[in-house]
Design a protein around this ligand. Sequence first.
Ligand code: C2E
Ligand code: MG
Ligand code: MG
Ligand code: MG
Length: 286
Amino acid sequence: KAAVHFAKQVSKGSYQIYNPGISRRLKNQLELEMDLRHALSRGELAMYYQPQVDLSSGTLVGTEALMRWVHPQRGVISPGVFIPLAEEIGVIEEIGEWALKTACRQTRLWNEKGLLFHVSVNLSPKQIFQDNLVDMVRSVLKQTGLAAKFLQLEITETADADLIMMSKKLSEIRDLGIGISIDDFGTGYNSMNYLKSLPLTQLKIDQSFIRKDYYNSHNMALIRTFVDLADELDLEVVAEGVETGEHVRFLKTVKCDLAQGYLFGRPLSAANLLGQLPIISKQINQ
Ligand code: C2E
Ligand code: MG
Ligand code: MG
Ligand code: MG
């Protein structure tokens, strides 16, 4: 444990607390922030794609686009770390636009090759507050030539959500022909209000119900309930965190539409995904 000691008197009667542990972390954080401000212009961001499989037909139908930051000194930094940071320092709009454009351009290229993949792109809650979100999305589709029906935007729950405003914006996006998915379903505290208020097309069951370490009869009952709920509401349903053949057999029994997880493939660069297609197909149809 870091010892806290009173380092110096800054003004009469007030002391600055000096903690070497905290200051190291702060320095680290500040460096990371500075680097992140330049990551986009320095070409350090990369897009990876994780396969999504249709369980009834056993085919690869699309991917989820997942961003990576390839830091020149620190190596690959996970979006779990840098997305919250990007939100904090106010660069999420730029980074989010880059992510959308990159994913749409790549998916359009696949479509042109006859691979009719759709793509799911994560949207930060901060981007939904962005004034020009709808125009930005419309212009990305126009620039990249991707047909709207091949795009889905994934949203997550937040504490400070204004569901009326969100519903209005997301409806405009729906009107363009784009799908809206609720990500990490089952982990929030306001899920039912989201289902009630937003123009959703897809429900993604959070991986914490499915992954190996969590998979048990209790969670299976919850998964079955979420699949039925999605069905009643006419939403497509996706299971995240699919890691084993047993998961697949169970998800097929409960008639879950799509599956995504390490069993079929980890997130890969576009080139690697293409190279892995034969292996992924074998994994799906075994
Ligand atoms: P998410 O959207 O829920 O993405 C799924 C995460 O689960 C990914 O982590 C993926 O690599 C991981 N995953 C997929 N299958 C499995 C599995 O079978 N087992 C295990 N253990 N994990 C699995 P990743 O890529 O680290 O992304 C973390 C989160 O960062 C994402 O969660 C998403 O919320 C956010 N994110 C990623 N890319 C973007 C982006 O472009 N924009 C925004 N706003 N957020 C992003
Ligand atoms: Mg997602
Ligand atoms: Mg998720
Ligand atoms: Mg259904």
